[in-house]
Ligand binder design. Structure first.
Ligand SMILES: [Zn+2]
Length: 368
């Protein structure tokens, strides 16, 4: 079990906000009890990695960013025998794992069944690269999986492009579409057609929605959205707010959408979304992950129109299983591989981040 000891491996290190990544070597050590070491197969750049890189979200430096990761097990520690579903794990298995981990007792986990909001929760891509075990992020050749992580084995025929976003974007949308209570015959509005919005549209259709309306300002996203179950797109850069609200309400007779999902990260869209909902409608808010997302709403609408607004952050471990099963069941219906539309080597991480930040690619992948 000591094959990894005394070897060095490479990571693209985040040294300071907006500074170029620096390729550095750190030692690999043997796994300890409850740990797994994987050779990273692919990592994708999530919007929150860009927030970290741009200094809008605190992240330790020097660190290794990246939490949407898949990899192949090269070492497996004592105490790890099966994945979260009970399937046996062995060296050579390709796996995904929860973007977060936590150990020890926690009120939110044990009592309220909200492990995703555990006190002391840690996330991959948020640790100092200079400290043991060095490799805890996606933009590196290896990653250690620490105790308290939920591991899920990947089916061999699932492509890396389909598997890599599972543990962040796709699992989050399993949680969001559950909170939005999307059911048979519903009309759904999705504000933002990045990876989250596209998977959200596909899941809404899989959950039985009759109509999905997608809003974005990027022409390429509005175009590809049609392949992911979006029936009607609205270009927010070419329409004023009253006409967008009128259009949505006309497309969702008799009184507006059953649910609106915000995944665009722009607080100003909330008052618009409220006016697109029918009486008794549900509003799931998941994109406003940065602080100071202030916005003014007419709370009288919530009362008189029986609107439910709910925030969603992270996901329950069951959503990771749901995400995988959803993709496996619907990969012939929706071209998920097209969402990961650019691949970069570790040494080209600066270019990958630049393209992801300016939205000229949908989901940039790094193949270390
Ligand atoms: Zn993410």
């Amino acid at each position: 079990m000591s094959t990894a000891s005394a070897r060095m491996a490479t990571a693209a290190v985040y040294e300071a906000p907006n500074a170029p990544f620096v390729l550095k070597q750190f030692p690999l050590r043997s796994v300890r009890h409850g740990e797994v070491l994987v050779r990273a197969s692919m990592s994708t750049i999530c919007r929150s990695d860009i927030h970290s890189y741009e200094g809008r979200r605190p992240n330790p430096c020097p660190g290794i960013l990246g939490h949407e990761i898949i990899g192949v097990i090269v070492e497996i520690g004592q105490g790890i025998e099966r994945d979260m579903r009970g399937d046996p794990l062995k060296i050579g298995d390709r796996i995904t794992w929860s973007e977060y981990f936590s150990d020890g007792q926690c009120y939110y986990r044990e009592i309220l069944d909200m492990p995703q909001k555990c006190e002391g929760l840690r996330k991959y891509g948020h640790d100092l690269a200079t400290q043991d075990p060095h490799f805890l992020g996606g933009f590196a050749e290896y990653c250690y999986i620490l105790p308290g992580t939920f591991i899920l084995k990947l089916p061999p025929d699932l492509r890396d492009e389909e598997a890599t976003p599972l543990n962040c974007g796709v699992a989050t949308m399993a949680s969001v579409t559950e909170v939005a209570e999307i059911g048979l015959g519903d009309a759904i509005v999705i504000q933002g057609l990045g990876l989250l919005g596209l998977y959200g549209a596909a899941m809404a259709k899989a959950r039985g929605a009759r109509c999905v309306i997608g809003l974005d300002a990027v022409p390429a996203r509005l175009e590809i959205a049609k392949k992911f179950g979006v029936d009607h797109t609205i270009d927010v850069s070419r329409n004023d707010v009253p006409s967008m609200i009128a259009r949505v309400r006309a497309l969702c007779p008799p009184d507006g959408a059953d649910a609106v999902i915000e995944v665009c990260g722009i607080p100003e869209v909330l008052p618009q979304g409220l006016q697109m909902l029918r009486i008794g409608g549900r509003y799931a808010i998941a994109g406003l992950v940065n602080s100071e997302a202030h916005v003014t709403i007419d709370a009288n609408m919530l009362v008189r129109r029986w609107i439910t607004m709910r925030g969603v952050h992270n996901y329950h471990p069951r959503h990771l299983i749901q995400a995988l099963d959803f993709v496996m069941a619907n990969r012939n219906r929706f071209p998920f591989t097209e969402i990961v539309d650019a691949k970069f080597a570790l040494k080209d991480l600066d270019t990958a981040f630049k393209k992801a930040a300016e939205r000229t690619v949908l989901r940039a992948a790094v193949v270390p």
